[in-house]
Design a binder for this molecule. Structure first.
Ligand SMILES: [Zn+2]
Length: 274
């Protein structure tokens, strides 16, 4: 999956220091991230390639020991660099670039939305201790936004339930999915989302794996579960365009190595999940 970048290291500890020319720049502009192309490979540009270390760089995290800093976007992309739309960044390689660029863009988006305190409206400042914005007037502390959500593979013997979204950029096969709501366990979310999206009841809900999904500020938790009762699908048409059962033998290879959804479909296709 996109976060599995070993032997490369994504170092999330908050260890701020001044940016240097050898550090990576995370420049986000108009829903795109600035990346530098080198043959078939992509990398975050180093400040040296952009000509200067900006005064407003903010430490985000490190990749293989090199700091990644947010930076104001240059008016024109430097030679060899181009703005890659955020929906396409998941497809760039190597994977550590895709993961760092998307996670960096997520943090940039969050910082932009937390310039002011949500309680009293005063200008917020960055904590000196941790990755958080603090209000100097009322003390409110805000951490990066993470929304828990579930991905649900509903099975019925050798059949798997697939869905397709109605109005999202992603057009391929999907699983039932949705955000946890107030007062729910993730297992409650699984049962509610399946009932809402496809009108089915499920049993034997089992946790599989999780995945940080920066595009939607989400922490995804994947679950497998079994159909309980009637198999007639009643679609929530505002969200889904299609919902259908597919036999294991009719599934095409799915794992593009990026998303939890594709890995879960592939594990079922390979018969590794009952
Ligand atoms: Zn405040």
């Amino acid at each position: 999956m996109i976060q599995d970048i070993a032997p490369h290291r994504f170092e999330r500890a908050y260890t701020p220091h001044p940016a240097e020319r050898s550090d990576y720049a995370v420049c986000v502009s108009g829903g795109a991230v600035l990346l530098e192309r080198s043959g078939a490979e992509w990398h975050l540009p180093r400040f040296a390639a952009l000509g200067a270390v900006p005064a407003d760089g903010r430490y985000l995290f490190s990749l293989d020991g090199t700091g990644c800093f947010s930076a104001s976007a240059p008016e024109e992309a430097a030679e060899g660099c181009e703005y890659v739309p955020i929906q396409k960044v998941r497809g760039v390689r190597p994977m550590e670039t895709a993961f760092a660029a998307l996670t960096g863009a997520q943090l940039v988006r969050w910082y932009e939305s937390r310039a002011f305190c949500g309680r009293c409206g005063a200008a917020a400042v960055h904590s000196t201790q941790e990755r958080a914005m603090v209000c100097p007037a009322c003390g409110q502390t805000e951490y990066p936004k993470l929304c828990p959500a579930v991905i649900v593979a509903v099975t019925d013997g050798d059949r798997l339930l697939l869905t397709r979204y109605r109005d999202r950029p992603y057009r391929g096969d999907a699983l039932v999915a949705g955000f946890a709501e107030i007062g729910e366990t993730l297992e409650d979310t699984v049962r509610r989302e399946v009932a809402e999206e496809v009108g089915l009841q499920v049993k034997n809900v089992r946790y599989y794996k999780s995945q940080p999904w920066a595009l939607t500020d989400t922490l995804l938790a994947g679950f497998y579960c079994e159909l309980s009762g009637a198999d007639t699908i009643t679609l929530e048409e505002a969200e889904l365009k299609e919902g259908f059962w597919v036999r294991r033998a009719e599934l095409t290879p799915h794992d593009e190595g990026v998303s939890l959804t594709s890995e879960m479909i592939e594990r079922f296709r390979l018969g590794e999940i009952d």
